[in-house]
Design a binder for this molecule. Structure first.
Ligand SMILES: *Cc1c(COP(=O)(O)O)cnc(C)c1O
Length: 430
């Protein structure tokens, strides 16, 4: 890698450069990296990046239309707006719901926190308390921080043994904060945690939110698009009760990075139309029924990100996405069932979606060694995590390029490397 680093120019030249040499440099700089677009990438949350989406980006950048304010490109804004209307309908939000495409789930979580603060605290964070589970994504704490909710008023709610937010613990914490004279205003449930893919008990959490007047944000950045499948829709029951919902098309729709989405039940809670006004915009009347995205988000100028979602969906058809998501659920099941039947492994958490965690029966050191040997094969990338303080290997299946063949490879590699480890330790299968 250092060879490429040494080659990177410190500043642009005065005279034109050589296109071939520059492209070659870019390619060499891209080489020392994790192959995160490949079928063996089972790490973190894979985002394969559909080629057709890259084409849409190329087109969008070439057109370079201004889609932050509807008057400047009304039909393209309508294209993005219809896509968002469809998403609101698909996720069974009522009329008056509104969506916006963001750079990712973190931005969606942040904007949802700001909307909750506006709606439930009249924008004054003093005394407001937010509730998240101990398995919530770190972006939820970041969102609170940037929204001016101090850390000591973000409560971490314990999970039950199956790693779901404990609704009883939530209700108790809300009650205690009320007694103290504080204002519980936001609960963030996760529909598919990043760590283990687990879905929080959404109906029970939604009931508590309704009873206590809290805003319910569901962070479905990883798991949300499984809603497109029959199985996913059953597992994600209650998702449609969210006041706001974070989704990541760059995960569950296989799009390139920097494509997130926020849907809100009441579109009026997103931003403020006045936030888009300025004296020099006075000539621009917003066309009827079209959103000015600039009024709903901290961003003004933006890429025309709607096209990169719209083109693949219309070109490949929804069925292709449903099938791909179903396939990922099947593959995760296969990993779970194979290893759960193998006495060498501990697989205590049946996957809700497409993340499977496993460990060799043994200590953390042996599991770290197993991990290294698996990754040394360079056929798959598998990271580790900790659950209740113990090391687990974590397999996340979500790239559209990951199919049965690669998962069979993974299982063969896990089998072989575990056997090597066991023979080195001189142990036998328990
Ligand atoms: C990935 C993820 C996020 C963060 O999304 P980015 O798009 O990376 O900003 C938030 N929540 C969950 C559950 C996630 O899996």
């Amino acid at each position: 890698m250092s060879a490429v680093l040494d080659e990177l120019p410190r500043k642009p030249p005065e005279a034109p450069g050589d296109a071939g040499a520059l492209l070659s440099l870019v390619n060499r700089a891209a080489a020392p990296a994790w192959e995160s677009a490949g079928p063996g990438y089972l790490a973190y949350i894979p985002g394969g990046g559909l080629f057709t989406s890259a084409l849409a980006d190329f087109l969008a950048a070439g057109l370079n239309r201004y889609t932050a304010v509807a008057a400047l490109a009304p039909a393209l804004v309508a294209l993005e707006a219809r896509l968002l209307e469809w998403l609101c309908e698909e996720f069974e939000l009522p009329g008056g719901a509104q969506g916006i495409l963001t750079t990712g789930g973190s931005m969606a979580n942040f904007m949802a926190t700001v909307a909750a603060r506006a709606e439930r605290l009249d924008d004054d964070p003093a005394g407001g308390v937010a509730y998240v589970s101990e398995q919530a994504h770190v972006s939820v704490a970041k969102a609170a921080r940037f929204a001016g909710i101090p850390r000591e008023r973000v409560r971490t709610i314990a999970c039950t043994a199956d790693l779901r937010m404990d609704p009883g613990a939530l209700a108790r914490a809300v009650g205690e904060d009320r007694q103290r004279g504080l204002h519980p205003f936001l609960v963030v449930a996760t529909a598919g945690t990043t760590n283990t893919g687990t879905i929080d008990p959404l109906p029970a959490i939604a009931d508590i939110a309704t009873d206590s007047g809290m805003w319910l944000h569901v962070d479905a950045a990883y798991g949300g698009f499984f809603w497109l499948t029959e199985r996913g829709r059953k597992l994600l029951v209650g998702l449609n009760r969210a006041d706001s919902l974070a989704l990541d098309p760059h995960k569950g729709l296989f799009l390139p990075y920097s494509t997130g989405c926020l849907l809100v039940r009441d579109g009026r809670s997103l931003g403020d139309p006045l936030l888009g006004s300025a004296p020099y915009l006075r000539d621009l009347a917003t066309p009827d029924g079209l959103p000015d995205f600039a009024t709903m988000s901290p961003e003004l100028s933006r890429d025309f990100r709607g096209l990169r979602v719209w083109l693949p969906l219309h070109l490949h058809g929804l069925g292709a996405f449903r099938d791909a998501l179903d396939e990922k659920l099947d593959l995760a099941r296969l990993v779970y069932e194979t290893l759960a039947a193998d006495p060498r492994f501990e697989v205590p958490y049946p996957p809700d979606l497409s993340v499977v965690t496993l460990r060799l029966r043994g200590d953390d050191r042996e599991n770290n060694e197993l991990l290294d040997r698996i990754n040394d094969t360079q056929r798959v990338v598998v990271p580790s995590t900790t659950i209740d303080g113990r090391v687990f290997l974590r397999v996340a299946v979500l790239s559209h390029r990951t199919h049965r063949e690669r998962i069979d490879d993974l299982l063969a590699i896990v089998d072989r490397t575990a056997e090597q480890g066991l023979s080195q330790r001189g142990g036998t299968v328990p």
